[in-house]
Design a protein around this ligand. Structure first.
Ligand code: GP9
Ligand code: MN
Length: 414
């Protein structure tokens, strides 16, 4: 009921991080183009495989003055995979423990980033060349107040333009820019890539680098599909520049979740030249996070410990939109008060000094078991509280008590 909501609100308010006035509104009025980078883990960035650069364009971006690159940033998804990442960045709340919140709670009231952008005059959409009902997106997008879903029917998939799960990233992104040209501005859209998806199949002609040579076919092929996606993003930036959309936009890109599961630890161990422990497993959950602001000039690589929960407040603040009243579990990464603390859906956690995984508290510097027995305790308690509050909001549909207009929105299909 309402009293549970105010208990959660107290917790959220206590953790609110005031935006940095230097950053608040630096992208005010611009379009925002989110790019969900399928299965992209951070370990490939600025790294190579048997002498081949894996992600040359993204690597270049890490050194680009118009780009902030976060190299200590974690995905926080659970079983809902891509859909969980969408849920997290829209709401700054955790997905469900046992299943995809996109299926279990699509009837809830939310105060999503898209809805908020819509209230601020933005045209909001998602672009993804898959069936609209996959992950229950068509229904959940209504609850999230997304105005239009450019699903597979918005795209023309020519001969040779599909592989693996569907439309290849290069033609998908090319056609997406064409569709963006028709959008009313300012717009906010989330472009969801697909080619770098398990089992990482590619057509011969799209293999820019060779496969790796471990005992895991999955890992071997992963490097190739990452390389392909990187090429697709490069072309996407060029197309955006050509279209004239680029200068008045910001481009926010994030890895949605891991691509290489623990089942491939032996092969990962060969690649990383060490045995993969539960400690390493946590660090492997880092995904790249980029904020590209054309013309900004003061971007850098940030080592701030952060995660997907932080996307919503960070981006809204860059656009000059306040989030003080919002029920968010994350915080603005640019805020001086941003707390370096990341909680996973399964209860694992990362602090500045420790990683906690499967009942063991590790020293983050050495990867060895932490000698201070109490080091992780307060954070474990915080994690339990925070996950519990997020669940309370979702299970109790508590945000319906804070809805002012109570309007039902309708998502338009292709
Ligand atoms: C499917 C795409 C991939 O539409 O989002 O889903 P995933 O399996 O990564 O959750
Ligand atoms: Mn995915």
């Amino acid at each position: 009921d309402g009293s549970e909501l105010s208990e959660v609100a107290n917790y959220v308010n206590a953790n609110y991080a005031e935006p940095d006035p230097e950053m608040f509104g630096v992208a005010k009025g611009r379009n925002v183009i989110f790019v969900s980078l399928e299965s992209l883990q951070n370990f490939v960035i600025n790294n190579e495989m048997n002498g081949y650069e894996i992600s040359p364009f993204l690597n270049e971006l890490t050194r680009d003055p118009d780009t902030f690159y976060f190299d200590n940033f974690y995905h926080q998804t659970g079983l809902g995979k891509t859909s969980d990442s969408e849920f997290i960045m829209e709401n700054s709340l955790y997905g469900r423990n046992g299943g995809a919140v996109f299926f279990t709670n699509s009837g809830n009231t939310f105060n999503s980033m898209s809805e908020k952008l819509g209230d601020n005059g933005y045209f909001t959409s998602v672009m993804h060349a898959n069936n609209r009902s996959f992950w229950n997106r068509d229904i959940m997008y209504q609850a999230l107040g997304i105005q239009k879903f450019y699903d597979v029917e918005s795209y023309e998939i020519g001969e040779g333009q599909a592989v693996n799960w569907g439309m290849k990233d290069i033609p998908f992104l090319e056609q997406s820019v064409e569709l963006m040209k028709e959008m009313p501005q300012p717009f906010s859209t989330r472009v969801i890539t697909l080619t770098n998806h398990h089992p990482f199949d590619l057509d011969e002609e799209d293999m820019i680098i060779p496969q790796y040579d471990s005992n895991s076919k999955t890992l071997n092929k992963y490097f190739q599909t990452v390389r392909y996606m990187d090429e697709a993003i490069k072309i996407f930036f060029d197309d955006l520049k050509e279209s004239g959309i680029y200068d008045n936009s910001i481009i926010v890109m994030y890895g949605d979740h891991y691509g290489i599961s623990e089942n491939h630890n032996k092969a990962m161990g060969m690649y990383m030249d060490k045995e993969i422990t539960p400690f390493d497993d946590v660090e492997l959950q880092k995904v790249p996070f980029f904020i590209h602001i054309p013309g900004y000039g003061e971007g850098k690589t940030s080592n701030e410990l952060s995660g997907q929960m932080d996307i919503r407040p960070t981006v809204l603040h860059l656009l000059g939109i306040d989030t003080k009243e919002d029920m968010q579990m994350g915080a603005d990464v640019f805020s001086p008060d941003h707390e370096p603390f990341v909680i996973f859906r399964d209860g694992r956690l990362v602090t500045e000094n420790n990683i906690y995984a499967h009942d063991v508290c590790y020293d983050i510097q050495t990867g060895e078991v932490e000698t201070d027995e109490e080091a992780c305790e307060p954070y474990i308690e915080r994690a339990t509280t925070e996950l519990g509050y997020s669940d309370l909001i979702i299970n109790g549909d508590l945000l319906r008590f804070s809805e002012e207009d109570g309007e039902e929105s309708k998502v338009e299909m292709h």
